[in-house]
Write a protein that binds this ligand. Sequence first.
Ligand code: B1M
Length: 214
Amino acid sequence: MANLDGLYDAIVNGDAPATRGLTEQALGEGVDALALVERHMSPAMAEVGRRFEAGDYFVPELLLSARAMKAGLELVRPVLAAAGAEPAGRVAIGTVEGDLHDIGKNLVSAMLEGAGFEVVDLGVNVKPEVFVEVVRDKNISLLCMSALLTTTMLAMKRVIEALDQAGLRDSVKILVGGAPVTPQFASEIGADGSGVNAVEAVAMTRKVLGLAAA
Ligand code: B1M
């Protein structure tokens, strides 16, 4: 039977091969991919964050856990995406300038794909002009920005200002997210909404695009 506590421990301990093996086993045994992420993998990363804050973990441990999480998500991602149907719209997503965190962004991206959206993933450390370019050239209905640092979340405002200056703000809906982002912050910077997690991000996407709830 799938060792889900072992999966949690493997991520907390930064053991990528064990994470990959246990994720593969769980998926093979029919464990729901979303439940795997929400109940076991994400809580493991939250524990890693807690240990970092407590001074028990340092950057090398964070990196090892992040690599383990990624190894597991690589297997989960196609399963989440495969649950989708016809493209419901084209979404661009990226982590803002100065910020290299991409685990949550990748999860949101996979969930959006799973919900039937075509996703243009711009990666991390994305400059405002790159967001503007993709909105202008790729027929994007919704732009999602992710930030994990209180210092980089302000870059989201700069992107919205750049879209405004390019005359593109009204052509695209904008959602923001990431641990420090609140609905109040989203509203203050002129975004159309925010999502506290990947599931909520999909629900908000459907809402701001005027699509029926799934
Ligand atoms: Co960093 N880091 N990190 N880190 N890191 C945090 C964010 C931190 C809170 C840790 C801490 O101190 N407790 C802290 C930020 C403090 C602050 O700003 N207030 C921090 C710091 C300080 C740093 C460095 C500055 C450390 C240093 O070098 N001294 C540095 C910055 C580098 C940079 O970006 N320029 C740094 C580096 C790193 C690593 C590279 C080692 C690694 C990232 C690897 C990677 O992503 N490839 C890392 C990690 C792993 C973390 C923690 C431990 C975990 C983040 C994570 O992946 N969570 C994090 C602590 C924490 O969050 N508890 C921390 C799991 C993920 C599934 O959740 O990303 O929140 P999350 O995404 C969620 C939601 O936020 C939401 O949905 C996702 C899924 O549910 N969401 C969206 C995210 N994006 C969205 C977009 C949307 C909607 C929802 O669009 C609509």
